[in-house]
Every structure is written in C-alpha cells, then in structure tokens.
Design a binder for this molecule. Structure first.
Ligand code: INI
Length: 161
C-alpha cells in the first residue's frame, strides 16, 4: 500500500497569506497565530508574503492572484465576518468561501480557509487566541500539510517533498 505523505515541516516552503483588514483586532490576532505556527515549523520569514485586503469579500481576488503566480506552495486566507442584522453577512461569507475554493480548484495550489464566520464578536475573540484557540495557527498547519501532500502527489515543485 502506498500512502501519500503529509509532512508537518515548513522548512523550504513558501507561503502567501491574504488577510482582511475588516475587524482588524481579530484578523491581526489570526495573522500573529499563523506566522508563529509557520515559523515554528521552519518556514523562513522572507518566504512568507502577506497581502492585506479591505474585507473578506476581497480575499478571493488576492488569493487567486498569489496562487496563480506560481511563487507559493500554499496560500492561507484569514479574516473575520461577524453577523449583523442584515443578509450582508451571508453574501460576504458565500463570496469568501466560494471564491477561496475556486482559487484552489482553478490554480491547483492549496488555499486554506481561516476566515471566521461568527454570530458575534465574543465568538470571534474566542477563536483568535481566546478560549477556543487561534484559527490562524490551525490553518497554518493545514497549509503546511497541504503543501507537502501536493508535492508528494506530484502536483507541486519536486523539491518541496
Ligand atoms: N467584511 C469582513 O471581512 N467582515 C465583516 O464582518 C464585514 N461586514 O460585516 O460587513 C465585511 N464587509 C466588507 C466586505 O468584505 C467588503 O470589503 C466590502 O463590501 C467592499 O467590497
């Protein structure tokens, strides 16, 4: 039986991170968690490039551009959409989730989803370094695993296994 590997070392890997400025205290905490995890796993800080966008609606545009550039082994997306009293929440969430999925599908580069979609600020704070951990840190590990898996499946740069 052959098992495709999903190593957890980020040594030698290149990452693009897209982070939205809306709800900045949350998104910057997610970014801190993500950077900490990537660097703990061996990624070099100059191999991590960050693109800020205004809101979660704009995340897919930048994620696709970074993925299509061919410069990255995986893309991380980070942000926070917090439910208000209108259907706006649903539209922004759908645009972000669909767009991120399509960016990965259309480019063949893993794009992981670290955009919080919560009912209120309390839930968001809990997931940005509070009682529920840090989603940015979790998705950083998913990005490392997916970059390694992509390479071991033969779908990524040969040096990245
Ligand atoms: N963008 C977010 O990232 N989070 C939100 O909670 C949010 N709310 O609530 O409106 C939000 N809206 C802005 C949107 O993502 C776009 O930046 C804007 O519509 C311009 O295209």
């Amino acid at each position: 039986m052959k098992t495709y590997g999903a190593g957890r070392s980020a040594l030698g890997l290149r990452f693009g991170i897209v982070v939205s400025r809306f709800n900045h205290p949350i998104s910057s905490a997610l970014l801190d968690g993500c950077l900490r995890e990537l660097e703990t796993r061996g990624a070099a800080s100059d191999e991590i490039h960050v693109a800020w966008v205004p809101g979660a609606f704009e995340i897919p545009f930048a994620a696709r551009a970074l993925a299509a550039s061919g410069r990255y082994d995986a893309i991380v997306t980070l942000g926070a959409v917090i439910r208000g009293g209108t259907p706006h929440f649903d539209h922004v969430c759908r645009a972000a989730t669909d767009g991120v999925r399509e960016a990965a599908r259309d480019t063949g580069v893993p794009v992981v989803f670290g955009v919080l979609t919560t009912d209120d600020m309390e839930q968001a704070l809990a997931r940005a370094g509070g009682s529920e951990g840090n989603k940015g840190q979790e998705v950083a590990l998913a990005a490392v695993e997916m970059a390694r898996l992509r390479a071991s499946l033969g779908a990524g740069p040969p040096g990245a296994v």
